[in-house]
Design a binder for this molecule. Structure first.
Ligand code: SAH
Length: 388
């Protein structure tokens, strides 16, 4: 969030880490931190309500706190973490990508997508990514660093504030036979960890972020766990660990090929954890959580879109608690690969369905602003100020 007014200096962070923020701490930790500042512990709840319930971190907004304490409390527990470097919109303003600069200059992107019935925030969990998938823009530049819990949460809170401020228009051309419902202020209803980074390679911060996002206000933001999706290349031990967290989040597995030979090249970590092992971990996750697993499959023309691969995928998934999310490839700059032909895509869907496997084709919001899947590259050739 851009800093506003005031003369607060940025707290120094130890060991090159992002400054500590209340979203890094649970409520007990926030109470202790507030007490360390010589303030009554209940101020932790007040600060938390401002951040998680009203999406503000600015002392001027905190009129329920004594004027003398505001700046010190906000300075110590609500330091600005991310500064909007650039914002791009498309789809009549209902899709908005933000390029964020962190305290150390690291760049990450998040995308907000407003639909008639929901608002989805696609967030980054790392600056860059170490998984090196050749069709993904983020994968090309390697890993810069893990994001902190609060840096992840701050992306969602920033989106919530845009909505609350009326900056994201309602979806036009809404056609519905449902009886009219009274307008409600829009909220971020869904969060997908499908921005930059491999969430399960930043496990502790991501799981803590999920808790902050889904715990009720003032502990957290109060988003439903079932509306949160964690997407992974298939880090098998981390999938098993996630299953044991007692969370009801949706697991998405980026499969992209049903056979090890091809998957070794499309998702290089497959050389460590093979298709069969990844799917076993996914079925264990489904059994423990009761949640249907989403199998992500970017359709790449003449690479992974053959009928026999659809049949092989269908046979691997038949009868499982899973559905397939086909993503038409968003070509990254310089890539020799393109999306499958419409006929090949239709045939792929048909074959999966013939195995009784539910299939959806992902819409490609944000394409023109390089905000669609796999396009988040955080490149700033000529930094432009965010629109005011
Ligand atoms: N590291 C996580 C999150 C990555 S992004 C993961 O791999 O799951 C979320 C999804 O977008 C993944 O399924 C990823 O494989 C897919 N993706 C990446 N690049 C893409 C591209 N160019 N076109 C379509 N989908 C892409």
């Amino acid at each position: 969030m851009p800093p506003r007014g005031g003369t607060r200096s940025r707290p120094r962070s130890p060991r090159g880490k992002p400054p500590r923020h209340l979203a890094d701490l649970d409520l007990a930790g926030r109470r202790a931190a507030v007490a360390d500042l010589g303030e009554p512990p209940f101020r932790a709840v007040q600060l938390s309500k401002h951040f998680f319930g009203r999406y503000t971190q600015h002392p001027d907004d905190m009129t329920d706190l004594p004027l003398t304490s505001r700046a010190a409390l906000a300075g110590a527990l609500l330091p600005p973490l991310l500064t909007a470097e650039r914002e791009l919109t498309c789809d009549d303003g209902t899709t908005r990508k933000t390029l964020w600069r962190a305290f150390d200059g690291a760049l990450v992107e998040s995308v907000l997508m407003r639909y008639p019935d929901r608002v989805t925030m696609c967030v980054s969990s790392q600056a860059g990514c170490g998984m090196a998938c050749p069709f993904c823009a983020t994968g090309q530049a390697g890993l810069t660093r893990n994001l902190s819990t609060a840096e992840i949460v701050a992306q969602v809170v920033a989106g919530a504030r845009l909505l609350a401020d009326g900056q994201i228009p309602d979806v036009p051309g809404r056609v519905s036979n449902d009886p009219p419902v009274p307008p409600r202020p829009p909220r971020v209803s869904n969060v997908v960890f499908m921005g930059m980074g491999e969430p399960l390679a930043n496990y502790a911060s991501v799981v803590a972020a999920v808790r902050r996002l889904t715990d009720p206000v003032p502990e957290g933001m109060g988003i439903s766990q079932r509306s949160v999706t964690v997407s992974t290349v298939g880090l098998v031990p981390a999938i098993a660990k996630l299953a044991a967290e007692g969370l009801s989040v949706t697991l998405a597995v980026s499969l992209h090929a049903p056979d090890d030979e091809l998957r070794d090249t499309l998702v290089p970590v497959n050389q460590r954890w093979r298709v069969a092992k990844v799917l076993d971990a996914a079925w264990d996750y489904a059994a423990v959580t009761g949640r249907r697993v989403s199998i992500e499959y970017a359709l790449i023309k003449e690479i992974n879109d053959q009928g026999w691969r659809a049949d092989l995928l269908g046979s691997l998934l038949a009868g499982r608690l899973a559905h397939v999310n086909l993503i038409p490839l968003n070509p990254t700059p310089g890539s020799k690969w393109t999306a499958s032909r419409p006929g090949a895509q239709r045939e792929f869907v048909r074959r999966l369905e013939s195995h009784g496997v539910p299939v959806t084709v992902r819409d490609t919001r944000g394409r023109e602003i390089d905000g669609a899947c796999g396009q988040l590259a955080a490149s700033v050739s000529a930094p432009a100020p965010a629109p005011s």
